[in-house]
Design a binder for this molecule. Structure first.
Ligand code: HIF
Length: 305
């Protein structure tokens, strides 16, 4: 069978200086404090994840290669609501460094943002191409539905090729950012410092007393969610939140031990998170000897060197 060549061993379409220049410009736009809780970092992370999370291991379709979100079919998926902000933030960088593909830029921006917010260094490799036609844009409905529970999480993430431990490790990214009623029908941040990467998410899941609540009007598409307040918070303060999918991690015998481990051990979480997010952004990115990812439907079949 075909041998997989690690992307670090392949030719890079960009020089190291080019990649460093893009990273520097992403770090510069991350200094913009006039967005949400004071950082555009979380929405950049969500862009990297949603561009990758359409992958299906069985059919070898979807994934970050191709940057299909540029097109209505994928970009207009209600699951991607709000990500146009992330793409607009990155547009000046794309204009300045027109040689980088969107697919590479979106994934690179996500890992630069995680690092800049205090998270681990995540391996990133270039080579994604922007060639995608309508037939290859993944169908809608591949991204998770937050109103569901653990069976759904397993169906979605097993389809991408992840296991239970990896599902829980990835979930710690909800330490970042917030839900917006007008984007998802959910409202609020998961932790009280949502622009700093840490293992708080797991601690909150275990330690707080969560109650079910509708924050918005059901008629306007609001879902129920879990809310809780820290001891120092007043009734008027915006509560912390958990999605039904987040809470399901504590209601499952296989997920819960990992939630407890990551709540206790931030180093372990950072190590496992770096590995699993690195794997996420590589899904479906299968390069040939030229170092460029292929779109011939033969994803996964590397040729040996
Ligand atoms: Fe999220 N996620 N995600 N997510 N997500 C939202 C926001 C962010 C799910 C649902 C939502 C992951 C998995 C899942 C981020 C990163 C990751 C929102 C709110 C919803 C509803 C959108 C809005 O209203 O603006 C579900 C059901 C997931 C399956 C478990 C990943 C692991 C946690 C893969 C991941 O990395 C980030 C960052 C945000 C915050 C975006 C923002 O604009 O602040």
């Amino acid at each position: 069978s075909a041998q997989v060549i690690h992307p670090s061993k392949l030719k890079s379409p960009y020089t190291q200086e080019q990649v460093a220049a893009v990273k520097k410009d992403v770090e510069a736009i991350l200094k913009n404090k006039d967005y949400d809780d004071g950082s555009i970092g979380p929405v950049l992370v969500r862009l990297a994840w949603h561009s990758s999370g359409t992958y299906c291991a069985e059919t070898k379709t979807g994934g970050s290669n191709g940057a299909g979100m540029r097109y209505e079919k994928e970009g207009g998926d209600p699951a991607n609501a709000g990500l146009q902000h992330a793409r607009v933030f990155l547009e000046p960088i794309k204009e300045k460094h027109s040689w980088i593909t969107y697919a590479d830029l979106w994934t690179l921006a996500g890992v630069v943002a995680i690092k800049a917010m205090g998270g681990p260094e995540i391996e990133w490799y270039p080579g994604r191409t922007d060639f995608v036609d309508d037939a290859r844009v993944p169908p809608r409905g591949r991204l998770p539905d937050a109103a569901q529970a653990q069976d759904h999480l397993r169906a979605i993430f097993y389809r991408m090729g992840f296991n239970d431990q990896e599902i829980v490790a990835l979930s710690g990214a909800h330490n970042l950012g917030r839900c917006h009623a007008d984007r998802s029908g959910f409202e609020g941040p998961w932790v009280n410092n949502p622009t700093r990467f840490s293992n708080q998410y797991y601690k909150m899941l275990i330690k707080l007393k969560w109650e079910k609540k509708h924050l918005g009007r059901e008629a306007q598409g609001a879902h129920w969610q879990w809310i809780a307040r820290l001891p120092h918070m007043d009734e008027e303060d915006e509560p912390l939140m958990m999605l039904p999918t987040d809470m399901s991690l504590t209601l499952d015998d296989k997920f819960k031990p990992w939630v407890e481990k990551y709540a206790e051990d931030q180093d372990l979480f950072f190590k496992d998170f770096a590995a699993v997010f690195g794997k996420l952004i590589e899904l479906g990115v299968t390069r040939d000897e030229s170092g460029l990812a292929q779109h011939d439907g033969k994803a996964g079949e590397y040729k040996s060197a």
